[in-house]
Design a protein around this ligand. Structure first.
Ligand SMILES: [Zn+2]
Length: 472
């Protein structure tokens, strides 16, 4: 009697392939990619279709540990099956978690009885799924379960050069979002409305799937790993899990390209973080910016509030592609209708040129380490302190933090802080950039009264604010 797990994997693979599935019938690599779309550059319609599905009501905002999140993972895995990508986890690998073990893990975490249905053997439904249990203490404060079974989705496109194919470029994005939870939402008044997360981050997920199609058509010398992370909104948990349980040796990963919010291109403006994480990256980014050129702001080391940080902290050069913050960020209004799919297609083509240059170049990149700003310690004393300012992430040219907006009704709003203001001092601490601002904010706790000094129309204005608690 074959072991149940492989039977489940086979059955699921059949489901994934929609009925009669036989390995030899699926055309390999390039043919499969062409079958999916005839376009040799990014396909705007395909991007739009993927984002519409991922940000649909049906997936309910893809919160980690929910059926909507699992459906998103299955959708991505189906695409990698269609593209005939390789799995990095052997078919009979034991990493998928049988129900008994999962139950024991959850009961140990929660200290209470957990009921799971027998067929919930976790992570067995596709060889691309990398199951893990997301534990997020902060989330528990907001009424979410503190341990959530979930999964990353990981697939491999083998490189063509025998000398270089055991080196890897990781192309990744998170697919989880806030679901119906106010935890992390900037519109708590919307209650349990669905936060669709079309830009954050159905757009990045669609970009990674489209890059998988483009590279399947024309593979590179080095291998490429396509990685879709869960648990990002709970603290970069999926990318952290990947780095702590790497499917290939970490020192074989030559770079990681992260796509988080690439669906709202305005005025051709694209932010590319991480160019200082390797000596050669700025030149590679510049030479990839061919006509019709994008207005690129390339800056910073590899740390930042998204998954590239997990890889940079592990000594890997990184880039984060970002079309900037907007008024729908972390709100129920971040919907598919507002996505600029044609703009995203330009971002994908630009990134394809960068990834190809890195994956085909003879030598590896030269990693440059920057000190980790301790504001990254999300679990510091002021982890849940709330002010309500929306920084303009692209304002690299100012001393201080220029604001793209202020959340209505927030402590910042009540204190009289305005869109366009430049915060130059917070709680008595001078602020030159986003890191210093986040440090100064996290040095306080909910209820603290702080002075905030802003520059407005050349004037310095001192305001007083009573800080709130995130999620309140
Ligand atoms: Zn995001």
């Amino acid at each position: 009697m074959p072991r149940p797990r492989s039977l489940a994997a086979l059955a699921a693979a059949l489901i994934l392939a929609g009925g009669c599935y036989h390995p030899t019938q699926i055309p390999a690599g390039a043919a499969a990619a062409a079958a999916l779309s005839p376009h040799t550059s990014a396909d705007t319609a395909l991007l739009r279709r993927d984002i519409a599905y991922l940000a649909s009501d049906r997936l309910e905002g893809r919160l980690t540990g929910t059926p909507g999140n699992d459906s998103a993972a299955a959708y991505i895995a189906r695409r990698y099956t269609t593209l005939h990508l390789a799995a990095l986890r052997a078919a009979d690998d034991t990493t998928c978690i049988p129900v008994g073990e999962l139950q024991r893990t959850l009961e140990a975490h929660t200290g209470s009885h957990v009921t799971l249905t027998a067929k919930q053997t976790f992570g067995c439904s596709s060889p691309y799924l990398e199951p893990f249990v997301a534990t997020a203490v902060a989330a528990a404060h907001a009424g979410l379960r503190d341990s959530l079974p979930t999964q990353n989705v990981v697939a491999l496109l083998r490189g063509t050069d025998p000398k270089l194919r055991d080196e890897y470029v990781v192309i990744g994005a998170h697919f989880d979002h806030l679901g119906r939870s106010a935890f992390g939402a900037l519109d708590p008044d919307a209650g349990n409305a669905i936060r669709h997360g079309a830009d954050d981050n159905a757009s990045g997920t669609a970009a990674v799937m489209e890059l998988a199609r483009l590279f399947s058509r024309h593979p590179t010398r080095r291998s490429i790993i396509f990685a879709n992370f869960s648990g990002e909104e709970l603290g970069l948990l999926g990318s952290q899990h990947f780095v702590e349980h790497p499917p290939v040796p970490l020192d074989r990963i030559v770079a990681m390209l992260n796509f988080d919010m690439v669906g709202r291109l305005r005025n051709d403006k694209l932010l590319v973080y991480g160019v200082s994480s390797a000596t050669e990256l700025r030149a590679i980014v510049d030479s990839a910016n061919v006509a019709p050129r994008l207005a690129i702001t390339a800056l910073g080391d590899g740390f930042g509030p998204s998954d590239q940080s997990s890889f940079y902290a592990a000594g890997i050069p990184v880039l984060h592609f970002f079309t900037d913050i907007h008024e729908d960020y972390h709100r129920a209004t971040d919907v598919a209708q507002k996505i600029n799919a044609a703009g995203e297609a330009r971002v994908v083509d630009f990134a394809e040129r960068i990834a190809r240059a890195i994956a085909d170049r003879p030598g590896r990149l030269t990693f440059v380490r920057a000190p980790r700003p301790h504001s990254m310690a999300a679990n510091g004393p002021g982890g849940n302190v709330y002010f309500g300012s929306v920084p303009d992430m692209g304002a690299a040219d100012v001393v201080g933090v220029r604001l793209a907006g202020v959340t209505p009704g927030s402590p910042a709003d009540k204190a009289g802080v305005r869109k366009g203001d430049i915060i130059v001092e917070f709680g008595g601490t001078p602020v030159k950039d986003l890191y210093q601002y986040t440090d100064a904010l996290h040095a306080h706790k909910p209820g603290d009264v702080v002075t905030v000094v802003v520059e407005r129309a050349g004037q310095r204005i001192t305001l007083s604010a009573t800080l709130g608690k995130r999620g309140d």
